[in-house]
Design a protein around this ligand. Structure first.
Ligand code: GDD
Ligand code: MG
Length: 398
């Protein structure tokens, strides 16, 4: 694939926040064994190199009661070399939707000769494995993993570590276009290929997010929630640095990827605060204003890539209430960050009141913050699961 070269990086402390790089060509042709011509504006990322990185990547698909047709499309868009990890919180009582997902995955893996892992978020075995591994933090009062996409992502990352992967990429299960899933994962690989630090995150920005309007399809650029989150996140950096910036374009990016070395040292937030909190955890731990969270990462630097896809993003519309919840969770995480000062808190309250997400005098909720993954003993996690893995993993026929 061919993407724009890195042109501008905003730095604070050990954090390198790269400006948006657009995908120019989804397929940039053969390598022909000769080094590409030096081109300062454009970077060619070779096919074989992308495959090498996809092989080291697990793709985590959190899902909860999504339409099976969408789920099937999404798994079909994941490149062959990646290990798929599905963490489902779908209904099991009235209809066993999880069973349907498992069956669809099994059939798919049989025909395509692939391997995948699928777990139900409420499986007591997973909860037990987390306790054994010394990471019971995402368990609820009933002793099972709590509801939430973030909690599904965390257990997915631990499964990826267990499988010996180096990178994880997240893909939502309600995506209408398998081709965009494929492209997002290539963007993840491209970011890791360009990175100089092993502590790296890649966040995808969509070229468009189409909406139906009375005049037909409208190719909107920015989602409502991301617009606000980006604005407030940029205000936070501007206040801290003393210079105005608009560098953040992916404050909410659900489609994103992370090197497990970085995943190991970041605290995570519950609910829909998870993606903004990843950025905050990086700024808090490595931005220079607060004590350094990890010496090795501070020395190597933490890189954040923002890559703009060619494909538009079309997913399920989940209603106004859902949007308000996302907004509250996301801005709540910024509001309660130790980096957030009075000025920025006022900006957040104004935004939330403006958006009717909060009334005068109220404060946004504080997210639960879970410890870094490095806390979990992966040996013990694996031990608790390994005797049962056959029942959970979907393996191709030999
Ligand atoms: N395992 C699991 N457990 N998955 C869940 C749960 C849960 O409790 N709740 C939701 N999911 C899955 C959904 O099925 C979907 O595949 C994915 O998580 C995202 O949930 P959506 O409900 O589709 O979220 P969204 O489309 O409004 O928001 C997405 O985009 C935002 C902005 O880019 C999410 O990815 C957000 O996290 C993101 O901030
Ligand atoms: Mg969605």
């Amino acid at each position: 694939m061919r993407i724009e070269n890195l042109r501008y990086t905003e730095r604070f402390g050990a954090v390198m926040l790269h400006d948006v790089q657009k995908v120019l060509e989804l397929d940039s042709g053969r390598s022909r064994g000769v080094p590409p011509q030096l081109n300062l504006a454009v970077r060619k990322v070779e096919e074989e190199t992308i495959k090498d990185f996809e092989e080291k990547m697990a793709v985590i698909i959190p899902t909860k009661n999504e339409r099976l047709k969408l789920f099937e499309g999404v798994i079909g868009g994941v490149p062959h070399e990646c290990l798929k990890i599905i963490v489902s919180n779908s209904e099991r009582r009235r209809f066993d939707r999880f069973r349907m997902e498992r069956d669809a995955l099994e059939q798919y893996c049989r025909f395509t000769q692939r391997r995948a892992l699928i777990f139900h978020q409420k499986d007591p075995l997973l909860a037990e494995a987390l306790s054994d591994a010394g990471y019971p933090d995402i368990l609820g009062e009933d002793g099972l993993i709590k509801d939430g996409k973030a909690e599904g992502m965390i257990v997915g990352m631990l499964l990826a570590k267990m499988a010996g992967k180096e990178y994880v990429g997240f893909i939502d299960a309600d995506n209408y276009f398998p081709g965009s899933v494929w492209e997002y994962i290539r963007c993840y690989a491209a970011g890791f290929i360009l990175a100089e630090s092993p502590y790296t995150m890649v966040r995808v920005l969509w070229r468009y997010k189409p909406k139906m309007s009375v005049h037909g399809m409208y190719f909107k650029k920015w989602g409502r929630v991301s617009q606000v989150t980006n604005r407030v996140m940029n205000a936070l950096i501007s206040y801290t640095m003393g210079f105005d910036t608009d560098i953040i374009k992916t404050g909410n990016a659900g489609e994103h990827a992370i090197s497990l070395q970085l995943a190991d040292i970041l605290p995570y937030a519950s609910g829909f605060a998870v993606e903004p909190q990843e950025l905050l955890s990086i700024f808090e731990g490595f931005g220079g204003a607060l004590p350094v969270a990890d010496r090795s990462a501070a020395n190597r630097g933490v890189e954040i890539f923002q890559i703009e896809s060619r494909n538009p993003h079309l997913h399920e519309e989940k209603g106004a209430e859902h949007i308000q919840e996302m907004l509250l969770d996301g801005l709540g995480s910024i509001y309660h960050s130790p980096l957030s000062e009075t000025g920025i808190r006022e900006v957040i309250l104004e935004e939330l009141i403006d958006q009717n997400a909060l009334s005068l005098g109220e404060e946004p909720p504080k997210p639960n913050i879970y410890p870094p993954l490095g806390r979990a003993d992966i040996g013990k996690f694996r031990k608790a699961l390994e005797d049962h893995l056959d029942a959970y993993s979907v393996l191709p026929e030999k």
